[in-house]
Write a protein that binds this ligand. Structure first.
Ligand code: ZN
Length: 483
C-alpha cells in the first residue's frame, strides 16, 4: 500500500547526510520509503497531511532500560557521597543474599510502561538492556516498534558489607550461564515480528564482567553476527577499579579483551582519559575507540543529574568516534536528550558553536543507525525503512522559527511528537499509542513504583525507608491553615 505524506518540511537524506526539504512530499510503499522530493506523480492509496509538522526519521535510541525507573526517581538530589557522581549503585548494591531494587521489578509493567513511553516519544528503534527480554520482545513486537534485545548478564555482583562498604562478589559460572541464556534468546527471537525484533549481547558493566566472559562474548557475537553493548566509563569508582585490577583504563580493557569493534556500543564513556577527573597522563582512549569503530551511547541527562558531563561530545566526534544517543533515565525523551547533549557540550567546551543542533540530531538518527549497522534506519530516502515521526511545530513551545532542526533541538520535547510510523504502519496518532489504554498504564506504573519504594527497608544496607533515604522536597503540612 502506497502512502503519501505532504505539506510539511521533511528531513531527507542524501549524499551521506540530512538535507532540509521545505514543503516536501514523501511516499512509502508498505515498509519502505520510495520517494522523497517536491511532487509525486504516481498514484497512491492514502494521503497524510503534514502541514505545520516536521517529518523526521524515527529516532534511534541506543541505550535504555525498560522499567518504571523507581530507583532513579528515588535518588534524585540525593545518594551516597562515596559513590561520587554515580546514581545506580544507590539502589543496585545490597548486602550479599539480599535482592536490591532491580530484581524486584515486575518486567511486564516496566516493559509496557517504558516501551509505550519510548514509542509515543518518537523512538522507533530502541536498544533495551534488561533482564526480561522475553517479556519485552513480546511487548515491543505487539506495539509495532523495532527493538534490539536479549537478557543482560554479568559474572560479578555489587555487594555491601554490614558497614556499607562496596565490594565485588564474583560468580564466573553465573556469567557464562547468562551468556548462554542470551544466545538461546537470540536464536529464538531474532528476526521475529517481521524482523523488528533483533538480538544483541549485553555483558552488563565493564567492572562486573571478567576477561573470560568478555572474550566469550566477542566470540559469540562474531558467531551470531550480532552487536554488543556494555556499560563502561560510568563513574570514577569503576574507572579506578579497572585500572587497579588490570592496569588498564576501561576502554583499554575492552580493546584488550577484543570487545571493541564496529558492532560494539559503549555506554557511556563519561570517565575516560578525555575527562579531567580521570587525571591520567598519556591517555589514548578516544584514539582507541575511533580506531576500533565502536560507538559511544551518550545519555547526557542521567549524568547531568549527578553533576557530571561527557568531555565532550565535540571532542569525541573530532577524534572520529561515532556517537549515538540514548535515554538511560526518566523521562525517556530523546528530543530533550539532544538539547542536553548540545548545551552541556557548549558549557564543557566554553564554545557556543560546539555540538550544534545538526550534530546532535545526526547522533540521534544516523549515529544510532551506524552503531546498529543499519543503512536503512535513521534516514528518509528511497530504500530506507518507513520509520517516521511527525512533529507538531505550530505551538508556543516552538514559537516562530526559521530552522526547524534548531527549533526542535532547542525548544522541542517528546510531547511534540504527533504521529509515529514504524515499518510503514501508523503506531502513534495524535500523540497516543494506538490500542493502549494510557491512563490505565500510568495508574499501573504508579502502583508498581510505590510498591518498589515500599521495599527500600528490605534492601537498603541501613534499613532506611524511602522517606529517610530521599525525603520529600518540602516537609509535610501537618495542620490546617485558617485565616
Ligand atoms: Zn544504562
Amino acid at each position: 500500500m502506497k502512502t503519501l505524506i505532504e505539506g510539511g518540511d521533511i528531513i531527507a537524506y542524501a549524499n551521506g547526510g540530512h538535507r532540509l526539504l521545505r514543503a516536501g512530499v514523501l511516499v512509502f510503499d508498505d515498509d519502505r520509503v520510495i520517494f522523497v522530493g517536491k511532487s509525486f506523480t504516481g498514484s497512491v492509496d492514502r494521503r497524510l497531511d503534514a502541514s505545520g509538522k516536521l517529518v523526521i526519521p524515527g529516532l534511534v535510541n541506543i541505550h535504555c532500560h525498560a522499567d518504571v525507573e523507581a530507583g532513579g526517581r528515588l535518588i534524585a538530589d540525593t545518594g551516597r557521597r562515596d559513590y561520587f557522581h554515580t546514581g545506580y549503585l544507590n539502589y543496585f548494591a545490597a548486602k550479599k543474599g539480599v535482592k536490591a531494587l532491580g530484581p524486584r521489578q515486575d518486567p511486564d509493567i516496566g516493559g509496557r510502561f517504558a516501551l509505550v513511553e519510548l514509542l509515543r516519544n518518537g523512538c522507533t528503534t530502541v536498544v533495551e538492556i534488561g533482564v526480561a527480554a522475553e517479556a519485552h520482545a513480546r511487548i515491543a513486537g505487539d506495539l509495532g516498534m523495532r527493538a534490539y534485545l536479549s537478557p543482560a548478564y554479568k559474572s560479578t555482583d555489587y555487594c555491601l558489607t554490614d558497614e556499607g562498604q562496596l565490594y565485588y562478589d564474583t560468580n564466573e559460572a553465573a556469567g557464562m550461564a547468562g551468556l548462554e541464556r542470551a544466545k538461546v534468546f537470540i536464536a529464538t527471537h531474532a528476526g521475529s515480528y517481521d524482523g523488528r525484533i533483533q538480538g544483541m549481547l549485553f555483558p552488563y558493566q565493564v567492572d562486573t564482567c571478567s576477561p573470560s566472559l568478555l572474550r566469550a562474548t566477542r566470540k559469540a557475537a562474531d558467531e551470531l553476527g550480532v552487536g554488543i553493548e556494555i556499560h563502561a566509563g560510568q563513574n570514577l569508582l569503576e574507572f579506578h577499579e579497572i585500572l587497579r585490577r588490570h592496569a588498564m583504563t576501561p576502554v583499554e580493557y575492552l580493546a584488550d579483551t577484543g570487545l571493541l569493534g564496529p558492532d560494539a556500543i559503549v555506554g557511556h564513556c563519561i570517565i575516560s582519559t578525555a575527562h579531567h577527573l580521570a587525571a591520567l597522563p598519556a591517555g589514548r582512549d578516544l584514539e582507541i575507540l575511533a580506531r576500533s569503530g565502536a560507538t559511544v551511547a551518550h545519555c547526557p541527562l542521567v549524568f547531568a543529574r549527578r553533576g557530571n558531563a561527557l568531555e565532550s561530545f565535540a571532542k569525541f566526534r573530532r577524534a572520529g568516534v561515532n556517537v549515538g544517543l540514548g535515554t538511560d533515565t526518566y523521562p525517556r525523551d530523546l528530543i530533550s536528550e539532544m538539547r542536553w547533549a548540545s548545551n552541556l557540550c557548549k558549557i564543557v567546551e566554553h564554545d557556543f558553536t560546539a555540538a550544534a543542533a545538526a550534530e546532535v540530531f545526526t547522533a540521534a538518527t544516523l549515529g544510532g543507525a551506524k552503531a546498529l549497522r543499519r543503512e536503512d534506519l535513521g534516514r528518509l530516502a528511497p530504500g530506507a525503512k518507513a520509520d517516521i515521526a511527525l512533529i507538531m511545530m505550530r505551538s508556543f513551545r516552538m514559537g516562530p522559527y526559521r530552522d526547524p532542526i534548531k527549533a526542535l533541538v532547542q525548544c522541542g520535547t517528546a510531547d511534540d511528537v504527533d504521529q509515529v510510523i514504524v515499518d510503514g504502519r501508523t503506531v502513534v496518532e495524535g500523540g497516543h499509542v494506538i490500542g493502549v489504554d494510557e491512563a490505565q498504564l500510568l495508574a499501573e506504573a504508579q502502583v508498581e513504583a510505590e510498591r518498589l519504594w515500599g521495599t527500600v527497608p528490605e534492601w537498603h544496607w541501613q534499613g532506611l525507608t524511602a522517606e529517610q533515604l530521599s525525603p520529600q522536597s518540602f516537609p509535610p503540612l501537618t495542620t490546617d491553615l485558617t485565616s
